[in-house]
Design a protein around this ligand. Structure first.
Ligand SMILES: Cc1cc2nc3c(=O)[nH]c(=O)nc-3n(C[C@H](O)[C@H](O)[C@H](O)COP(=O)(O)O)c2cc1C
Length: 398
């Protein structure tokens, strides 16, 4: 892969080039409220699509596109949502549950909601409080925040913002000394797990059209936060050059042996779609598998995550925690993922839009909305808890 493209991709967590995009597709199937004022939650959003509409109203178009679009033809982006919609629920009647519990424990971390915030880069571009706002909202909702290597604040800044549970998502620096130091800082700052994101192949047409790229100050901060040897006197061109050399583009499975040798934190691998890879990861001693296609932001044309989940769960055979992301837009999507064997899900774009729409309050509103949707769905299906969601609830309609 072109080295500059790869480095930009790692810095942003997504593509860096762009040209004027077609209007980004509404992510949720539902109608958005066109007149809703951003940041004003007296008129509450009714669904994830409403948050997307509010984000679109306040963000520069290129930033909205950076969040919302996917790679090349966006086949996988669309399929992530469509695949959930293809699945049908078949609830038993009169299965009566009074209260439902959304509480569970993921890799030793108790949560009150099995909907986690996925690692998302560049959050300071979406709202002035950036990932700090997301961290506070996650903590208030009792869930885990995945902190991107390119989140826009350092691991320590995020840790100071909240005591809530946090997992750090690592892109691996080429210089393993820098990689080791960041892992040590993550441990010291009290993060409870490491997520290694390993999927590749990003090529986002919209970002290319928009010439979307990080401004100098933000690139400087991101590289500084990760511990790269940069300083304020460097021009954007120099920072780009550092960035081009910064990341390891040729990882192999060996990286997990190395990580295991330097940390005792639970390890997750994110980007798994093949059951064989899940099995290999578990045999290497990994603790968690995130079934993910990066929300359709990496190689286009790969299957929807939800369509791969059952096979991955079968391969894992209960030896590791299985989570899923990509395309979760409704409480019923969460229920479907639980029924097919996930222990929890992560969301990316929905909270990026909510953050843009209203900072911490926006993300809190979103998590409340999804919590309510999941509670209604569990109750309608006679499930008293997220651990008691039977496989038989989900029908495949093909
Ligand atoms: C704006 C944006 C930036 C992202 N940055 C990262 C990143 O830095 N690291 C990472 O592992 N995943 C990143 N992702 C992918 C998410 O972690 C997650 O896999 C994906 O968003 C899930 O799909 P969804 O957006 O349909 O919920 C990013 C996603 C978005 C939308």
């Amino acid at each position: 892969m072109d080295r500059r493209l790869f480095s930009q991709l790692l810095t942003l967590g997504a593509g860096a080039w762009a040209w004027p995009p077609k209007p980004a597709p509404p992510a949720a199937g539902a109608q958005a409220q066109p007149d809703a004022a951003a940041g004003d939650f007296s008129h509450p959003p009714a669904n994830v699509g409403d948050f997307a509409a509010r984000a679109r109203a306040v963000l520069p178009p290129a930033t909205f596109d950076y969040i919302s679009t996917g790679s090349t033809d966006e086949v996988t982006l669309r399929d992530n949502v469509a695949a959930f919609q293809r699945l049908r629920l078949l609830p038993p009647l009169l299965a009566g549950v009074d209260q439902v519990s959304l509480a569970t424990t993921l890799l030793g971390t108790p949560v009150r909601l099995p909907i986690l915030l996925a690692p998302v880069a560049g959050q300071s571009l979406f709202h002035r409080d950036g990932v700090l706002a997301s961290a506070r909202a996650a903590a208030a909702a009792g869930t885990i925040l995945g902190v991107s290597s390119s989140a826009g604040h350092s691991v320590e800044e995020v840790a100071e913002a909240t005591d809530g549970p946090k997992w750090f998502q690592l892109y691996v620096p080429r210089d393993r000394t820098i990689a080791r130091r960041i892992v040590e800082r993550v441990e010291r700052a009290g993060y409870r797990a490491l997520i290694l994101t390993v999927d590749l192949g990003e090529r986002k047409d919209a970002d290319k059209r928009n010439r979307f790229a990080l401004p100098r100050e933000r690139l400087l901060k991101q590289l500084t936060d990760m511990g790269f040897p940069v300083h304020a006197g460097m021009t954007l061109a120099v920072l780009n050059a550092v960035n081009e050399q910064a990341w390891d583009p040729a990882l192999s499975w060996e990286v997990f042996d190395w990580l295991r040798s330097i940390t005792r934190l639970p390890l997750l691998v994110k980007g798994v779609l093949r059951p064989e890879d899940a099995d290999r990861a578990v045999r290497l001693g990994l603790d968690g598998i995130v079934v993910s296609n990066h929300g359709g932001r990496r190689l286009d044309g790969v299957p929807a995550s939800i369509d791969q989940l059952e096979e991955v769960v079968a391969a894992v055979k209960g030896r590791a925690t299985v989570l899923l992301d990509s395309g979760v837009r409704r409480g019923t999507d969460v229920l479907k993922a639980l029924a097919l064997g996930a222990q929890g899900v992560l969301i990316g774009r929905p909270y990026a839009w909510a953050l843009a729409a209203g900072g911490e309050e926006g993300v809190t509103q979103l998590l409340t909305l999804l919590r309510e949707e999941l509670e209604v769905a569990l109750q309608a299906c006679g499930c008293a808890s997220v651990q008691q969601v039977p496989r038989g609830l989900v029908l495949r309609s093909e």
